[in-house]
Design a protein around this ligand. Structure first.
Ligand SMILES: NC(=O)c1ccc[n+]([C@@H]2O[C@H](COP(=O)([O-])OP(=O)(O)OC[C@H]3O[C@@H](n4cnc5c(N)ncnc54)[C@H](OP(=O)(O)O)[C@@H]3O)[C@@H](O)[C@H]2O)c1
Length: 241
């Protein structure tokens, strides 16, 4: 599994204000970053997101065409050349509560398969809200979490080889805790967001604090640059340097 995030210089991935709370505001909607997001989505069989990320992006759709429309034809051609049978990656959403709006464009586009993975309680709530015909609900957990390996198992059940996780920070925390993240694509945007008591502002991992002894270390696979932005690719390794 790979993940993709954009962060400010000081490690903030969401401003979480009325002016905008998504990755777009963090990257300044920087075209090369949008293009890379589209590339990764083009290669993915499934895109895994948490419900917090879905709720924070009420007009978004987890497709390459949505994130970089100017490249939609090139992406489609490349996906075909890669031999990926589905035209669009399956969107897999993790939610314990089932608190999602089924008419969200990212959950209801007829040609984008969606699997919502939830708890018994979440499934009951979703059934009452009536998911769109392209979306199905899978119960795979109880209480406040679906175990991270279950999410991978469900992606595997639809034949997904490459799973791209686009966050958010709480879901990534669960995946890292379970040792399921292989690679991280991290864009560093050249701005500083800051934090204070009124603005908690997430880093790319939340809800989990590793100790010095068990913090995962990563190996740098590649560094690229566009303007003042850095595009980093890291592979998680078991051993510390
Ligand atoms: N800069 C970037 O690259 C980037 C990327 C992604 C997100 N973000 C930003 O991050 C913010 C959202 O942060 P977040 O931490 O709330 O996002 P999140 O991890 O997507 O959402 C957390 C919610 O997802 C569900 N969830 C996560 N893991 C689960 C599990 N194992 N089992 C069941 N449900 C699970 C739960 O939903 P329920 O509450 O429904 O149970 C949980 O409350 C947004 O502002 C978003 O724009 C930024």
């Amino acid at each position: 599994m790979i993940a993709n995030f954009v962060s400010t210089l000081d490690g903030v991935v969401a401003f979480d204000t009325d002016e905008g709370s998504g990755g777009g505001e963090v990257s300044g909607f920087f075209d090369p970053d949008r293009f890379v997001m589209g590339l990764l989505r083009t290669m993915a069989d499934a895109i895994l997101v948490g419900a917090g990320t879905v709720r924070a992006a009420p007009t978004h759709e987890w497709t390459a065409r949505r994130v970089h429309p100017g490249s939609r034809l090139a992406y489609a051609e490349w996906r075909e050349r890669l031999g990926i049978r589905s035209a669009q990656p399956t969107t897999i959403v993790a939610t314990a509560s089932g608190g999602l709006d089924p008419s969200h464009p990212g959950l209801s586009a007829p040609d984008v398969p969606v699997i919502i993975v939830t708890t018994e309680e979440g499934a009951a709530r979703l059934a009452a809200a009536r998911p769109a015909p392209n979306a199905r609900v899978e119960v795979a957990g109880a209480g406040r979490r679906v175990p991270a390996p279950k999410l991978i198992e469900i992606a595997g059940s639809i034949g997904a080889g490459l799973i791209l996780c686009e966050g958010g920070p709480h879901l990534i925390g669960d995946l890292l805790r379970a040792g399921l993240l292989d690679e991280l694509f991290l864009t560093i945007a050249p701005q500083v967001a800051g934090r204070d008591e009124g603005a908690e502002r997430f880093g790319f991992v939340e809800g989990l604090a590793f100790s010095v002894a068990d913090a995962p270390w990563a190996q740098l696979v590649s560094v690229r640059r566009a303007g003042d932005y850095l595009f980093l690719r890291y592979r998680f390794e078991k051993a510390r340097p």
